[in-house]
Design a protein around this ligand. Structure first.
Ligand SMILES: [Mg+2]
Length: 245
């Protein structure tokens, strides 16, 4: 029998399937930028933009990778990397700095608008509402989704973007921050996530319970780790933990 008080959740690929959203967001915000910029350049009779969508996206990606190497403490802050990479690309294409800053910010605004259009698993809202009656809940993500605008935001008392703390998971900082906010010891807390490296390893190191969402079967998981195939199975894990037998 454990006295579990806090449950922390990873978001992407834990409470929703993220793959389609990222692909749509990536091409969507960049396409938006090129479309709107083309009109703006034409109105000013400035030379047109020279990169097509594919070339532009590739250049944008390479710039982010280089920046992450040059400024390693920001490597997990994806919003910052994107903003700086877009500004640099726009300047390299001949825009004055002031216009580059403005257009990069506008494109990132569009990025965030698209990025929050995630569809939580159908069971997620009810599950979190139920769990919220018994436990205090937090979200801990490495993703750069807008934490207040994501569709399940209302269920979390604490929400932490680990990349913006400059300490992306598996760094323990985000977990420790959540435990500290709730004033709870790690053994009274559980983390639920899909990444072995980023979610399960750091939670275990701190002595938290860990629920790994993975479709792979594993015979010998370390003590304290429970594997489920989908977040809807979480209630079963909690029932077993709370059972006196
Ligand atoms: Mg995840």
């Amino acid at each position: 029998m454990t006295s579990l008080k806090v449950i922390t959740f990873d978001l992407d690929d834990t409470l929703w399937d993220n793959s389609g959203v990222m692909a749509r967001t990536e091409t969507g915000h960049y396409g938006w930028l090129l479309d709107n910029l083309a009109v703006w350049l034409e109105e000013r009779r400035w030379p047109p933009w020279r990169l097509d969508v594919d070339q532009g996206l590739e250049d944008y990606l390479q710039r982010r990778k280089r920046l992450a190497q040059e400024v390693p403490e920001r490597r997990g802050d994806f919003t910052w990397l994107r903003l700086r990479a877009l500004e640099a690309q726009l300047e390299a294409q001949g825009l004055p700095r002031s216009a580059a800053t403005l257009w990069a910010a506008a494109a990132m605004n569009e990025f965030h608008r698209l990025r929050v259009q995630v569809t939580p698993h159908p069971e997620a809202a009810e599950l979190l509402a139920d769990l919220g009656q018994r436990y205090r809940l937090a979200a801990i993500t490495n993703g750069n989704i807008h934490l207040k605008r994501q569709p399940l935001a209302g269920y979390f008392e604490v929400a932490i973007a680990a990349g913006e703390l400059l300490a992306p998971k598996p760094d323990p900082t985000a977990f420790l921050t959540a435990l500290e906010r709730f004033e709870v010891a790690p053994q009274n807390a559980m983390h639920v996530g899909d990444s072995w490296e980023e979610d399960i390893v750091p939670a275990l190191r701190l002595g938290m319970h860990a629920v790994w969402i993975s479709e792979e079967r594993h015979d010998a998981l370390p003590k304290g780790v429970h594997r489920i195939g989908h977040v809807r199975e979480l209630r079963g894990v909690l029932a077993a933990l709370n059972s006196p037998y």
